[in-house]
Write a protein that binds this ligand. Structure first.
Ligand code: SF4
Length: 327
């Protein structure tokens, strides 16, 4: 194990029972996360990108121990979080927080935002009496909200403001790692950049580590130091953010990148349109999971599953055409 890694995900798997036989035993499995491994250093932002249903949100929930894995491990500060009990688990829950796509769904409509932000302070015994009130005002100010609005209710705020409330609540417990699960997908484009800038500023100020889950590569482009691309439960490419945008290797990454609009009308990028249906994650057949939609597929692709291999320093790709058997 390398000393410098803060978070290590090793061969992580989560299978959900899909069909059961007469006796209630599962006959097939939905392989939401199927053998994912990567590492994060402290203060880094990893962008995790893929279409709906690729397993990225399940992966986020596994990492903060909201789900029990089918296999694999998550090492947080070199300790396997799935073996934590009691106080250790509580402390881990303090250090790791999650921000959801729909803040409204995760904010109790019957509590005012002061109470919402104060709740984790009480649970983790981080402030008492007037200290709670003071800390709530501090946090509201920190995320760009008016501290005098602490007695207002979630429905009185806009979508962007509600996301700021979710961020303030996550920050209340002084976390180290935040899983941002599509935090700007439900917001207008103009508001998206404000929330992204806020997250970036907070990272610099507080030394936070982020796992930033998103649909498209455009959202994570300006925030990620590393980007991982997921397809049907597997990582298909992972490398430094700049390298991925400069030199994408996997055909699926190329298709995702081609969908990002270029602001300069003089520059043209060929759009890669994917045909074919996304394969079912229930008992996927052998071979590459992207095979049915891949414009570059060759014979071996439907037979053998490509392994995630290091193509150049720090740039890993799972494709037979990249340094593999069909090259
Ligand atoms: Fe396409 Fe084959 Fe590479 Fe899969 S392994 S991405 S099907 S070329």
């Amino acid at each position: 194990m390398n000393e410098k890694y803060y978070l290590e995900i090793n061969d992580l798997k989560k299978y959900f029972p899909a069909r059961q036989n007469f006796f209630g035993r599962s006959r097939s499995w939905l392989k939401a996360v199927d053998g994912v491994s990567f590492r994060l250093t402290r203060g880094e932002t990893m962008g995790l990108v893929g279409e709906s249903g690729c397993g990225k949100s399940t992966l986020g929930r596994l990492i903060i121990n909201l789900l029990t894995p089918t296999g694999g491990e998550v090492l947080f500060e070199k300790q396997n979080i799935f073996q934590f009990t009691g106080e250790q688990k509580k402390e881990m829950r303090r250090k790791m927080q999650i921000i959801f796509q729909d803040p409204y769904g995760s904010l109790n409509p019957r509590m005012n935002i002061g109470e919402i932000i104060a709740e984790p302070l009480h649970i983790h015994n981080l402030a008492r009496g007037n200290g709670v009130h003071r800390r709530v005002r501090e946090l509201l100010d920190h995320v760009g909200l008016n501290p005098q609005h602490a007695d207002r209710y979630p429905h009185e705020f806009s979508g962007g403001q509600r996301q700021r409330i979710g961020i303030a609540r996550a920050l209340a417990v002084e976390p180290e790692l935040i899983i941002c699960d599509e935090p700007v997908s439900a917001l207008d484009v103009s508001i998206q950049s404000q929330v992204l800038n806020l997250l970036k500023d907070l990272q610099q100020e507080l030394g936070l580590t982020y796992l930033f889950i998103a649909h498209g590569l455009n959202v994570v482009k300006h925030v990620s130091t590393t980007v991982g691309v997921m397809y049907l439960g597997k990582l298909v490419e992972i490398t430094g953010g700049d390298e991925l945008y400069r030199n994408p290797l996997h055909p699926y990454t190329k298709a995702l990148l081609s969908a990002i609009p270029i602001p300069d009308p003089r520059l043209k990028r060929e759009r890669v349109l994917l045909s074919g249906d996304v394969q079912s994650p229930i008992d996927p057949p052998p071979g590459c999971r992207f095979c049915a939609r891949c414009p570059a597929a060759v014979e071996i692709c439907s037979r053998e599953e490509p392994i995630l291999l290091e193509y150049s320093k720090g740039h890993h790709v799972a494709c037979h055409l990249i340094g593999g058997d069909a090259r």
